[in-house]
Design a protein around this ligand. Structure first.
Ligand code: URA
Length: 227
């Protein structure tokens, strides 16, 4: 596993807000927000270009010291509008899977590897576009701060983008590690499928297998967290 540090892609990120004619952000850390509350953004982030087409940055939500952190890819259309992670259909599937795995939402902090919605227009719709490695890198500082602040014992990587971000390894392959438990930075990492895959895979058998794998991963995470 690489120990590559995340890189800030734009010098403007280091320019204080006051110098750019904006008030400095006063937001509390997203980890201070309890579940059910509106998340607060950490920063008026400009480290990559995604902010310019997104409604807002979407920080993580959950208990301040949750033992489990679930990391997705990036906010979707609903999350972008509502300013909270996993509030759309993928979030509903995660809620169902958590229930089935016997893991309480109160033990879980939920966030994404990339905090702005990346999309392209298709007719009147905004279609999700997978973030590029440079965007994952640019956003990594935020995930690092969440990890440092929440201090989870277990991280659940939901999909390939999350896995790359958590392991800081652009070559990480989800398929090679699904169903295993990894260790990174002194924490357990449980890689599994992204909930959207369990919702949108073309055939039902694949969707069912993916959902079962997500439930199994959450069950593993719950056991590891309570050790
Ligand atoms: N997909 C994600 O990866 N994250 C969200 O917050 C919503 C959908």
């Amino acid at each position: 596993m690489s120990s590559r540090k995340s890189t800030a892609s734009s010098a403007s990120a280091d320019v204080p807000d006051e110098a750019r004619g904006r008030p400095a952000p006063t937001a509390q850390h997203p980890a201070d927000v309890e579940p059910g509350q509106h998340p607060v953004t950490l920063d008026d982030c400009r480290r990559c270009a995604l902010w310019s087409r997104a409604t807002q940055a979407v920080g993580g939500v959950g208990p301040k010291h949750a033992p489990i952190m679930m990391v997705g890819e990036q906010p979707g259309d609903k999350e972008d509008q509502q300013g909270a992670p996993f509030v759309g259909p993928a979030g509903q599937l995660l809620d169902d899977a958590l229930k089935e795995a016997g893991v309480s939402r109160r033990d879980v902090y939920v966030t994404n590897a990339v905090k702005h919605f990346k999309w392209e227009p298709r007719g009147k719709r905004r279609m999700h576009k997978t973030p590029a490695q440079r965007e994952i890198d640019a956003c990594h500082y935020w995930l690092e701060r969440e990890l440092a602040s929440v201090g989870p014992r277990v991280i659940v990587a939901l999909g390939a983008t999350a896995l790359k971000a958590i392991l800081e390894d652009r070559a990480a392959k989800l398929q090679a590690v699904v169903g295993k438990v990894l260790t990174h930075g002194g924490r357990h990492v449980v890689p599994t499928y992204h909930p959207s895959f369990a919702l949108r895979a073309p055939d039902e058998a694949t969707r069912e297998r993916a959902y079962a794998a997500i439930v199994a991963a959450l069950r593993d995470a719950g056991k590891l967290a309570s050790r």
